[in-house]
Design a protein around this ligand. Sequence first.
Ligand SMILES: Nc1ncnc2c1ncn2[C@@H]1O[C@H](COP(=O)(O)OP(=O)(O)OP(=O)(O)O)[C@@H](O)[C@H]1O
Ligand SMILES: [Mg+2]
Length: 253
Amino acid sequence: MQSGPLIEIQNLTVSYHRTPAIRAISLKLQDHGIIGVIGPNGAGKSTLLKAILGLVPIEHGSVRVYGEPVDRVRQKISYVPQKEIIDWDFPVNVYDVVMMGRYVHLGTFERPGPRDRKIVESAIEKVNMVEYKNQQIGNLSGGQQQRVFLARALAQESEILLLDEPFVGVDAATEQAIIDLMHGLNKEGKMVIVVNHDLGKVQEYFQYLIMINQWLIAYGPTREVFQPELLSKTYGGRLTILQKSERLFNIAK
Ligand SMILES: Nc1ncnc2c1ncn2[C@@H]1O[C@H](COP(=O)(O)OP(=O)(O)OP(=O)(O)O)[C@@H](O)[C@H]1O
Ligand SMILES: [Mg+2]
């Protein structure tokens, strides 16, 4: 018997205009610590997250979350997209963006209550954005915006978090704060899946890894799958690997 969050992907193919972005992927994701998703540009990493969320049409196969189709459990999953699409001219402040995380819990005409406000305040605090909470989101730096979107995901209090490149554009201190936060959430029993570009940090950050390049190349404990043969299979000729004191560095782009 399996307890805790579980995502089951079976023979999943997703295409855009009939061209497959991910092909025949099968994965059974359990709570394995923080799960990283790696692969080259265009490998289908973002598409995989979107398929888990039900945001892209599935051509073949299925995705089940807790054994259910995703539209039934959608509020249990929070998502920080790779690049937030937002109408920057629309006047919305940090507090309001984070409050959006609470909407999945509210009825159609229900307004946020004191508990929602408390959760939002606490999420803003966790990402260290208290002093910016009344600022318009469009006036913030890229890294600050990223922290706000993370706070929105936290405010949703979901059991599964999907983060697409959360470290892009943030400084080293923020990156560390985000990863600490992820570990804390995972210890509370939440499932955390993170698409990440920087191979230098993979071994430090993720307990499990999904390696994809349209096809699934490997899924397993990082210490087992983060090795030259599987990495070159994932990145093809584009990766040059240097093995230095047992660490792997990505030096080619
Ligand atoms: N909305 C879309 N319409 C058409 N093609 C798309 C769309 N979104 C993605 N694709 C294509 O699908 C493939 C996979 O894209 P995806 O964004 O999933 O890759 P990725 O691994 O996240 O890449 P990156 O590292 O650049 O973020 C790419 O070839 C991309 O051009
Ligand atoms: Mg992507």
